[in-house]
Ligand binder design. Structure first.
Ligand code: GCW
Length: 702
């Protein structure tokens, strides 16, 4: 009996204090095991001076150092401090001083001056970002000796877009319900709100749109504005501004007006008053995000007005308070027979120069819709007089929801680095975004109320990577991956060396087993999880798969050249050149731009049909490779997260096999060629695959 008790107690003693349930994200502050390192940090950092009004940075240092160094830091006057966190004033070191002059409003400099470590910045926001940076270096056990870092964000707006509804459902959300407990706000402040703000600030995210772009006007009523204000109060110390989605018909729905015509004086007045009311409650309110005249949302075109008329009317209301309007370019109409990929450009290009300065056009990374791979959107580079934000999707609507491990930095980077050739070669999408001081990037959040925030433990990496790239689009996917892994799983070299290439490969793997060679939008109808290349005969042609892949007995792919929809003509000449000829077109976009015969010879020597089979099979073996790699890490990963990822990888493998077999079986009915002998035959008939359905997938509206 006693022995049993002893074992039990021993068991408790060995159980780590925190269950590794993923709640802490990359802000894990477990004690540093390397004692000499820990001692050195202690001698450098145990007494800290920090300017007043930096409560968030102060709190974070207390939490972080109490954990990492197992000793609460002491905050002292500057003279006796080892670490000094201050805006400009008492810097004498020339190098730090000039770096500070070069830094922008949110930038920071970390460096040594007379044996004291300094974090300096031009604003308190910069101090907070610098503080997080320092903590992250310590988490990674980096040496602080001779440290000199100067860092400023390249994009001004770095904003999460929550597609969260007021009933707490989340459109395309796979991580539980919305974080925002609207029914309890403003009275009850969930401690999670602050942890959310900490996570965002730690990677430089400076704005959050609380509500779905498919908007509910009710959020603009007094009751809800007070709730939003309570959230803004929590986020303010973290330099995160709150934005709301504005439903264009709100003046009718909650204002009792008969019209929402943007040129109507009463409507204008209504929005002006509404803006004033919001700023009374939220003095640093960021502004509105608007989806108008798209997928059934109301908008200025309901009154024969243009998108510019609509956006400018809202911009005028916000301008006196310093707010912005993020107007989405994601518009396409079922009444327009033209290729859906062309419609946003056709609509907005003529409006360049017609928007007020506080309007930012928010453009999805590609012209269709967050596919596993798309060429960059032709509007990038085509709107030189309009500030642009690029919208990417962190939630994996078309990438296996939160059940597939897909690290998205390579997807974001591929677009950011793409050359627009506008007006000449060398102007990347990232530089287009940076051209205007109001440029930015928006990420559709993958966050919900699940304990680990994002559903899949690895989906957290996409939130992290979004922040990092929003701050600096030039960092490599690899650097971000390595850092995230170390912050999330610790500094074991085997873990980092195994997981880094695994993360880097994972997006290409998903492309292989879902939509290789430029195929797109062939997911199941509605919820978009799993294969559905056969989807046809829906209310709109551009909501079917056959619209996009156009497979027939002669070949497969969407001809977007001059012989087809000519979407290619929306790109600059240099970009067109790289894609216009099927013989030279980058094969990753081949079927995006061309309808290609089944016997077309690919670079590999295989014909197109064989290449498609090869890609689908490669995708499956790459998922299996991830499984093998993960299993090898068992000794190094805590049981909780190990098991969770193991089970999710099994689901991913099963789904990848389904994708492969369903697509191969379906496309074979057109290619009429046998499967190359080295590949397994689909286990079932096409019929069987067509009957599979994932009922009640979360996040599916209506
Ligand atoms: O990707 C599509 C989604 C819709 C979404 C829309 C949009 C919010 O399927 O659920 O609606 O894009 O971006 O507006």
């Amino acid at each position: 009996m006693r022995c049993w008790l002893l074992l039990l107690l021993l068991g408790f003693a060995l159980t780590p204090l925190h269950a590794e349930d993923g709640y802490r994200l990359w802000l894990r502050y477990d004690a540093i095991k390397d004692q000499p390192k820990r001692q050195q940090y202690l001698s450098q950092l145990s007494s800290i001076y920090i300017d007043d009004e930096n409560t968030a940075a102060k709190n974070e240092l207390t939490i972080a150092l109490s954990g990492l160094l197992e000793k609460k830091p002491v905050f002292t006057p500057a003279a006796s401090a080892g670490l000094i966190i201050t805006t400009a004033k008492n810097i004498s070191d020339k190098k730090i001083k000039s770096a500070l002059t070069a830094a922008n409003d949110e930038g920071y400099v970390i460096g040594w001056q007379h044996n004291k470590l300094f974090i300096t910045a031009n604003t308190n926001a910069g101090l907070l970002y610098g503080t997080f940076r320092l903590i992250q270096l310590i988490q990674q056990n980096e040496s602080l000796n001779n440290l000199f870092i100067t860092n400023s964000p390249s994009l001004h707006h770095r904003i999460l877009n929550h597609w969260d509804n007021l009933d707490r459902s989340v459109e395309r959300g796979y991580a539980g319900q919305s974080l925002w407990k609207w029914h309890l706000l403003p009275g009850y402040i969930d401690p999670r709100y602050r942890d959310y703000a900490r996570a965002n600030a730690s990677v430089g995210i400076n704005g959050t749109v609380l509500t779905n772009v498919n908007a509910n006007a009710r959020v603009l009523t007094d009751t809800y504005l007070k709730k939003a204000a309570a959230l803004a109060d929590v986020f303010r110390p973290y330099h995160i501004r709150v934005y709301l989605t504005a439903r264009f018909s709100a003046p009718i729905e909650i204002g009792g007006l008969r019209t929402a015509d943007p040129l109507d004086p009463e409507v204008k007045r209504w929005w002006k008053n509404k803006a004033a009311e919001i700023y009374q409650l939220i003095p640093d309110f960021g502004g509105f995000l608007v989806k108008a005249n798209s997928e059934g949302q109301p908008g200025p075109q309901d009154y024969q007005r243009s998108h510019a008329d609509g956006a400018n009317m809202l911009a005028e209301a916000l301008a006196p308070h310093g707010g912005i309007v993020m107007w989405r370019a994601f518009v396409y109409s079922h009444e327009t027979p033209d290729d859906r990929a062309k419609q946003a450009y056709t609509e907005f290009k003529p409006l360049d120069g017609k928007f007020l300065p506080n309007v930012i056009l928010q453009v999805k990374n590609g012209a269709i819709d967050f596919q596993p791979r798309e060429p960059f959107h032709p509007l990038f580079g085509a709107m030189p007089q309009t500030p642009l934000m690029m919208e990417v999707q962190l939630t994996q609507e078309y990438l296996g929801a939160a059940s597939h491990l897909v690290y998205l930095a390579p997807l974001f980077k591929e677009v950011l680095d793409a050359d627009t050739y506008q007006p000449v070669a060398g102007n990347s999408v990232a530089s287009v975004l940076q051209k205007n001081k109001n440029g930015g990037i928006a990420g559709v959040a993958n966050i919900g109320d699940e304990r680990n925030w994002c559903g899949h433990p690895f989906a957290q990496s996409n939130w992290f990577a979004f922040g990092r790239l929003a701050w600096n689009p030039a960092i490599s996917s690899k650097e971000i991956a390595r850092e995230w892994i170390r912050l999330t799983f610790g500094n074991n070299a085997t873990v980092a060396n195994t997981l880094t290439p695994m993360l880097l490969q994972s997006r290409e793997t998903a492309v292989n087993y879902m939509t290789p060679l430029g195929l797109h939008h062939i997911m199941a109808y509605g919820h978009h999880y799993g294969p559905g290349p056969w989807v046809a005969n829906k209310p709109r042609a551009d909501w079917t798969s056959v619209y996009y892949h156009r497979a027939d007995s002669t070949g497969i792919g969407f001809d977007r050249t001059a012989t087809g929809s000519n979407a290619l003509s929306q790109y600059a000449a240099g970009a067109q050149r790289q894609w216009e000829n099927p013989a030279t077109c980058d094969e990753k976009f081949l079927l995006w731009f061309h309808h290609v015969p089944w016997n077309h010879r690919m670079q590999s020597g295989r014909n197109l049909w064989e290449e498609i089979c090869y890609r689908y099979n490669t995708g499956v073996s790459e998922v299996r490779d991830m499984q093998t790699k993960w299993h090898k890490l068992k000794p190094y990963i805590d049981e909780e997260r190990f098991e969770q990822v193991r089970m999710l990888l099994n689901i991913q493998e099963e789904n990848a096999v389904l994708w492969r077999d369903a697509c191969v079986a379906y496309f074979q009915t057109f290619s009429r060629q046998p499967l190359p002998a080295n590949y397994p035959q689909p286990a079932h008939s096409l019929d069987y695959y067509q009957q599979q359905n994932f009922y009640y997938m979360p996040g599916n509206p209506g």
